[in-house]
Design a protein around this ligand. Structure first.
Ligand code: SF4
Ligand code: SF4
Length: 762
C-alpha cells in the first residue's frame, strides 16, 4: 500500500488516519516525493525478482491519492509500471473518496489498468453521518458523481467496487439499496475501527448490534439472489478465503508511507500513537527486512499468533480473531479476541443459516476455454453488436470441432463401425465433403440426441446417425462405398442431399454409392437415385432445396428429422409453390438486411446456411426460433413480407451467434438461480435468457434506426421501443451481478455499442 498523498480533502470523523490515536501523519510530507516513489518501486521489483513472485498488488492510498492530480498520478503509475512489470505482473489499485474524480483521471486509470475502489457509506443520511468536508458539507453528491463516471462503459473496467463503513445507527435496508444502486462489481463492508480501550458504539441494550445490522443486510442479499459480491459475507462462510479482516491466512500487506517508511497495516493507527511503525524505510531496508518486524511476523503464524480464547474457538479458521487492530487492549496488547467477538460469532451463525446454492455438477455438452480471459478478440468483435465475417468463420470452425467431438463420442458408444471407418477414410481422401456434411446445422442435434440417454424413444435415440453421415459424404465425394443405414419412419435422410421416403424400406437399408448417385435396397424396396439436376427425381427422393442469396446458397430445410429441435412445431415438406414463395421472400429479405444494416448482413453472409419453416399457427402468425445445437440455421414462419422477414433473420441470427459464443465462454455465473425482470417478458428470466434478449434487441434497434433514417413510417417509434428494451435489459444484467468477468466486459461493451447507436441516430 503506497501512501502517495498524506492529506485529505474530506474530514470524516471516523477516519483512523487523522481522528484516532496515531497522529504520525502530522510529520509526513504532503506528497510522496518522486525519489521515494522510485525507491519504493525498486524495492517492490527487487522483492518480486528475488522471490519469483508472479504478481504484485500495489494500492495507491492516502490520505487522498487523487490530490496528486492527473500529472502527479501519471508519474507515479508510469514509474511503478516501468520498474515492476519486468519482474512480475502488476495489479494496480487505488482507494479514494472519489471527490476529485473526473473524466481525465478515469481515462488515466483505464490507460494504466488501475482498479479504483471508492469509499461510500450508503444513502445520503448514512454517508453524511461521517463523510463530510471540513466545513461540515455533504460529500454524497460528489461521490455519487464519481461512481457514475466509473460505471460508464468506457471506464467500467477500472471500477473495483465500494468500501462502506458500517454504522448501526444507519438503516441497513437503505444502505444496502444505496450501495446496489451504484452497480459496483464488489462491496466491502467494514466494521468501524475500535479497540477494547475504545469499544465500538453500541446504542441500546442489544449486545450484538453489528451482527444484527449485518444480518439484516445478509438476509436482503440472500433474498435477492446475491446480486453483488459482498466480501465480508463470502469470507466468513466455510472455506470462504481469508481477508485482512478474517481468516488465518498470513498477513501480506505492508505500507509505504509518504516519507518512505515501511509500516504495518495502517488500521493499527487506531490502537495507539506509532502503532504501525517498523523503524524501517525503503531507502535502507528491503521488503524482507520490513516483513521480519515482530508485528508483521506474528501475523504470519496463523492460529499460533492468536490469543488462547481464539485458539479454542470453533470458528477460528473463518474469523481468525478479526482485524488485528480490533484486538488491542492496553496491558495485554493484541493478545485478545476481537472487540467484535460476540458480533462475529453471531454473524457467522447467520451466514451458516443461508449457504450459497450448489452449482450443478453435470451439464450439457460444451467446450470450455479461457472463460475469464480479460481480452478476447472474438468476444470483443461480437460485442460490437454484430461480429465480422472473420469472427463468424471462427465460430463456425469451433462449432464444427464440437460436432466432431460429438461424433467421436457416438463412435465410443457404438464401438468401431464400418461407418466410422468410412468417415475416417473420407476425412483423409475428401476432407471438403466430410466438412460440408458435418457443418450441416442438423448433424449436431442428431448426435446430441443419440448421446442423450434421457431422450424420448419416439424420436429415435436408438438410430445411429453415423452411417447416413458417412454415405452423404461419400456421395458428395463420389467415393464408392456401401453401408447399412437405419431407416426411420420409412425414410433415409442424407444430410445436405435429401431424403428418400419409401414405405416398405424396413428397419435398415443397404445404401451403395455409385457414380452420380446411390442405390438403396431395403425390405421390399430397391431404388436408384441419381443426383443430376437435369434428371427428374426418382420416386420417393426429395432433394434438398436452396435459394440464391447475397451470401451464397441458403438451404430451405424441411426434410431433415432433426430440424425438429426448436421447441415448436416445424412445417412438414413444403409444396413446390410454397417453397418457391418462401425462397423469394428470403432472398428479398437478405437484400433488405444489406440495405438496412450492412454490418449485420456481413455476419449473416458469414454463417447463416439454412432456414427451417415453422408450422403456421393462426394465433401466432409471426414466429421465429433458434436452437443452441443447430448453428447455421434459424426457423421462421413463412411470412410473405421481406421487410418483416429481414427483422426476423437479424434477430434470430443474433441468438445463433451468441449461442455459439456461449459454447466457448462462460459469460454467466453458473448455478446462482438468479431471475431478472425484463420489459419484453412478463416472467422473470434467467441471466442467459436476458443476455440473449439484449443481444437480439440491440440488432433489431439498429435495423429500425436505419429505417428511421430513411424516413420509413413508424420506424422511429419502433427504434425507440427496442432501444428502451435493450437499455433496460443491459442495466438489469449489469446490476444482477450474475455475470462472469468476461460476461461483465461483454455486456459493458454492448452498452457502449448501444450508446453509439443512440448517438448515431440523433
Ligand atoms: S476520505 Fe478517507 S482519508 Fe479522507 S478523511 Fe475520510 S476516511 Fe480519512
Ligand atoms: S474473535 Fe471471537 S469469534 Fe473470532 S476467533 Fe476469536 S473467539 Fe472466535
Amino acid at each position: 500500500m503506497l501512501k502517495v498523498h498524506s492529506r485529505c480533502d474530506l474530514s470524516c470523523d471516523h477516519c483512523y488516519i487523522y481522528q484516532h490515536a496515531d497522529q504520525t501523519w502530522r510529520g509526513r510530507p504532503t506528497r510522496m516525493p518522486p525519489a521515494t516513489v522510485q525507491a519504493a518501486a525498486r524495492r517492490i521489483a527487487e522483492h518480486a525478482r528475488e522471490h519469483g513472485l508472479p504478481v504484485v498488488h500495489v494500492v495507491l492510498h492516502g490520505g487522498e491519492p487523487l490530490l496528486l492530480g492527473a500529472a502527479g498520478l501519471r508519474e507515479v503509475l508510469a514509474e511503478l509500471r516501468s520498474t515492476i512489470t519486468p519482474w512480475a505482473q502488476l495489479d494496480l489499485r487505488m482507494q479514494t473518496n472519489g471527490v476529485l474524480l473526473d473524466e481525465e483521471l478515469c481515462r488515466l486509470f483505464v490507460e494504466y489498468d488501475v482498479r479504483v475502489g471508492v469509499s461510500f457509506d450508503g444513502d445520503r443520511a448514512a454517508n453524511d453521518r461521517h463523510r463530510v468536508f471540513a466545513h461540515g458539507g455533504s460529500s454524497h453528491d460528489h461521490v455519487r458523481r464519481a461512481l457514475a463516471l466509473l460505471r460508464r462503459p468506457e471506464h467500467r473496467a477500472s471500477y473495483a467496487g465500494i468500501l462502506c463503513t458500517v454504522d448501526v445507527r444507519n438503516d441497513p435496508d437503505r444502505v444496502y439499496e444505496a450501495l446496489l444502486a451504484e452497480n459496483p462489481p464488489r462491496v466491502d463492508l467494514l466494521l468501524p475501527h475500535a479497540t477494547w480501550d475504545h469499544p465500538p458504539e453500541r446504542p441500546g441494550p442489544d449486545p450484538t448490534p453489528y451482527a444484527d445490522w449485518l444480518g439484516r443486510v445478509h438476509r436482503r442479499w440472500v433474498d435477492d439472489g446475491r446480486p453483488v459480491s459482498i466480501r465480508m459475507f463470502e469470507a466468513l462462510r466455510p472455506g470462504g478465503g481469508g481477508t485482512e479482516a478474517f481468516g488465518l491466512a498470513p498477513a501480506d500487506v505492508l505500507v509505504i508511507e509518504a516519507d518512505g517508511s515501511w509500516e504495518q497495516v495502517d488500521s493499527l493507527k487506531t490502537a495507539y500513537h506509532g502503532a504501525a511503525d517498523t523503524g524501517f524505510d525503503v531507502f535502507d531496508h528491503s521488503v524482507d527486512e520490513a516483513a521480519r518486524h515482530p508485528g508483521v511476523a506474528v501475523r504470519q503464524d496463523g492460529v499460533d499468533g492468536l490469543c488462547l480464547t481464539c485458539r479454542a474457538c470453533p470458528v477460528v479458521d473463518r474469523c481468525g480473531g478479526g482485524l488485528y487492530a480490533h484486538r488491542w487492549r492496553t496491558g495485554s496488547g493484541f493478545d485478545n479476541p476481537s472487540v467484535y467477538c460476540a458480533d462475529l460469532l453471531r454473524l457467522i451463525d447467520t451466514v451458516d443459516a443461508h449457504p450459497p446454492p450448489t452449482p450443478p455438477t453435470t451439464g450439457e455438452w460444451s467446450v470450455t476455454s479461457p472463460a475469464t480471459s480479460p481480452v478476447d478478440e472474438l468476444l470483443d468483435d461480437l460485442a460490437t453488436g454484430h461480429g465480422s465475417a472473420a469472427t463468424l468463420g471462427l465460430l463456425a470452425a469451433t462449432q464444427l470441432s464440437i460436432t466432431r467431438a460429438l461424433l467421436a463420442a457416438c463412435r465410443d458408444r457404438s464401438g468401431a463401425t464400418a461407418a466410422w471407418d468410412l468417415l475416417v477414410h473420407l476425412d483423409q481422401a475428401a476432407p471438403e465433403a466430410v466438412r460440408a456434411v458435418l457443418a450441416h446445422p442438423f448433424v449436431r442435434p442428431g448426435l446430441v440426441h443419440r448421446l442423450d440417454s434421457s431422450a424420448p424413444p419416439g424420436l429415435g435415440a436408438a438410430v445411429d446417425p453415423l452411417p447416413a453421415l458417412a454415405i452423404a459424404a461419400a456421395v458428395r465425394a463420389s467415393v464408392p462405398a456401401a453401408l447399412h443405414v437405419p431407416v426411420r419412419a420409412d425414410a433415409i435422410t442424407l444430410p445436405t442431399l435429401g431424403s428418400l421416403v419409401l414405405p416398405g424400406l424396413g428397419a435398415s437399408a443397404e445404401v451403395t454409392v455409385r457414380p452420380g448417385g446411390f442405390q438403396v435396397r431395403g425390405g421390399s424396396v430397391e431404388q436408384t437415385v441419381l443426383l443430376d439436376p437435369l434428371t427428374p427425381p426418382a420416386t420417393g427422393w426429395f432433394p434438398t432445396r436452396d435459394v440464391s442469396v447475397p451470401g451464397g446458397r441458403l438451404l430451405l430445410e424441411d426434410g431433415d428429422p432433426y430440424r425438429d429441435c426448436y421447441g415448436q412445431p416445424v412445417e412438414s415438406r413444403l409444396e413446390v409453390p410454397a417453397a418457391r414463395a418462401l425462397g423469394r421472400t428470403l432472398a428479398d429479405a437478405w437484400r433488405v438486411v444489406h440495405r438496412d444494416v450492412p454490418a449485420h448482413a456481413a455476419a449473416l453472409d458469414g454463417g447463416l446456411r439454412a432456414v427451417v419453416p415453422l408450422a403456421p399457427d393462426p394465433a401466432r402468425p409471426l414466429r421465429s426460433a433458434t436452437a443452441r445445437h443447430a448453428f447455421g440455421a434459424v426457423a421462421v414462419t413463412p411470412h410473405p413480407d421481406p421487410e418483416t422477414m429481414a427483422v426476423l433473420l437479424v434477430h434470430e441470427w443474433q441468438h445463433a451467434k451468441l449461442g455459439a459464443a456461449l459454447d466457448l465462454y462462460d459469460l454467466v455465473e453458473p448455478g446462482q438461480g438468479t431471475r431478472i425482470r425484463v420489459p419484453w417478458r412478463p416472467d422473470p428470466r434467467p441471466p442467459e435468457g436476458v443476455l440473449q434478449g439484449v443481444y437480439a434487441h440491440l440488432a433489431v434497434t439498429q435495423v429500425w434506426q436505419s429505417r428511421a433514417a430513411g424516413d420509413q413510417p413508424d420506424a422511429s417509434a419502433h427504434a425507440a421501443h427496442f432501444l428502451g428494451w435493450t437499455r433496460d435489459g443491459v442495466d438489469a444484467l449489469l446490476a444482477s451481478r450474475s455475470l462472469t468477468a468476461a460476461g461483465e466486459r461483454f455486456v459493458a461493451q454492448l452498452r457502449h455499442a448501444l450508446e453509439e447507436t443512440r448517438v448515431g441516430s440523433r
